[in-house]
Design a protein around this ligand. Structure first.
Ligand code: FAD
Ligand code: UDP
Length: 372
């Protein structure tokens, strides 16, 4: 065998796994079907600004070992994500906090804000929410739901909020302090120099072949190695023989503007139903990049059809059931290890991806050692 591992996909999962196994003394080959490495955290430098080509990425975590791990490869800046919501031209701070409540109702104390929200929750009178709309009304009341949640959510998921599962909304915290930090995580930031610095460091010294789709010649690549780590879409690995898994996709429209500062914040959400995009990202604010120009990206949610980028898995009962059947097929293949958000068909933030990749790599190293 030429390689111990052929690793399919050079995203964060594949890169961490490749690094760990290489450092443990095993020979790895990474295959990547795109022309560049890094998966969805890849950045392109335009006008001295690191542009997040596959959607805005903000690193945040509570997992100590993950924070230590990434910091051993790259320095993080002190970026704190404070998105602003734009509802029909009026601006509100996110997540829902005292600044938001003041802008909505003119309330200046936590007690007054709580009172307002309690009244609206009582009016909604929902004890067992069965869909996202009911969940939101029971958590935050009608004003916040209608101005800041309903339109954005229905655009994002392409379905009425009454037909969406309640769990999507549990990610939005409610705060009674003047704190616009979107995340509760202990650690947060953007790698200095952009995400490519991280993935380049992880892949340093490891053989990588770009523009290669493993599924075009699985037999050949399998013949070169002892084991395959696969981080692509699981249904494509089996030529969709049990059916196609569904995803939600995105369309990005990028503009370079001859202005230094377009919107004054990295992330502006458009929460009304009529504006067709959900957010505008102004990339320079992630890193305080110095440039006479600015690069902005409009993010349009899109239906997914085969061939489009599969951004978000649709984890409803039907798709999860189909995934389980594919995972069963995969478990019979002793040469195969599944990983990543596509291989595992689960929306993972970057820190969780690293955590799972570290555990998967450790299990492999232990298996190898016990086999010897
Ligand atoms: P990917 O990055 O998708 O990498 C998989 C790689 O495999 C790709 O490069 C692909 O081209 C390659 N590949 C697939 N099939 C094949 C094949 N057959 N042959 C060869 N190569 C193949 N997380 C956060 O923590 N913070 C955020 O702010 C955040 N924002 C996000 C915004 C968006 C719009 C999205 C979609 C995700 C966001 N995430 C965020 C999640 C983050 O992107 C993921 O956690 C992470 O990128 C997953 O890494 P991965 O390696 O599993 O997958
Ligand atoms: N959301 C919302 N209004 C906003 C931002 C988010 O209602 O201004 C809801 C929406 O349902 C979305 C969910 O919160 O799907 C999670 O959004 P977040 O931005 O945290 O996650 P991402 O889309 O970046 O994965």
């Amino acid at each position: 065998m030429q390689y111990d591992y052929v690793i399919v996909g050079s995203g964060l999962f594949g890169s961490v796994f490749a690094r760990q196994l290489t450092d443990a003394g095993y020979k790895c080959l990474v295959l990547e079907k795109r022309p560049h490495t890094g998966g969805n955290i890849y950045c392109e430098n335009i006008e001295n600004i690191n542009v997040h080509k596959y959607g805005a990425h903000i690193f945040h975590t509570d997992i100590e070992r993950v924070w230590k791990y990434v910091n051993s490869y790259v320095t993080f800046n002190r970026y704190t994500n404070c998105p602003v919501a734009n509802y029909k031209g009026k601006l509100y701070n996110m997540p829902f906090n005292m600044n938001t409540f003041y802008a909505l109702w003119g309330v200046t104390t936590p007690a007054a804000a709580m009172d307002k929200i309690k009244k609206q929750r009582d009016e909604a009178n929902i004890t067992e929410p069965e869909n996202l709309e009911e969940k939101a009304l029971s958590l935050v009341g009608r004003d916040i739901y209608e101005k800041l949640i309903k339109g954005y959510t229905e655009k994002q998921w392409g379905r009425p909020a009454t037909e969406l599962p309640p769990f999507i909304i549990s990610r939005l915290p409610l705060r009674f302090t003047f704190d616009n930090n979107y995340f509760n995580s202990r650690y947060q930031g953007i790698p200095e120099g952009g995400y490519n610095v991280l993935t380049d460091a992880l892949l340093k010294g490891i053989e990588v072949k770009c523009n290669v789709d493993y599924n075009d010649d699985r037999e050949y690549w399998n013949s070169l190695c002892d084991k395959v780590l696969y981080t692509g879409a699981i249904d494509s690995l089996y030529d969709y023989r049990l059916g196609k898994l569904q995803y939600r996709s995105l369309r990005f429209e990028q503009q370079i503007l001859n202005t230094q500062n377009y919107q004054g914040v990295a992330v502006m959400n458009f929460t009304d139903r009529e504006t067709p995009y959900t957010r505008i990202i102004e990339h320079k604010h992630f890193e305080n990049a110095v440039s006479d120009k600015t690069v902005i990206t409009y993010e349009y949610p899109a239906n997914w059809t085969p061939g489009d980028e599969p951004y978000y898995p649709v984890n409803d009962a039907e798709n999860d059931g189909l995934y389980k059947k594919y995972a069963q097929l995969a478990s019979n293949d002793k040469k195969l290890i599944l990983g990543g958000r596509l291989g595992l068909y689960k929306y993972y933030d970057m820190d969780k991806i690293i955590d799972v990749a570290l555990t998967t790599a450790q299990n492999e190293i232990e298996r190898k050692l016990s086999a010897n």
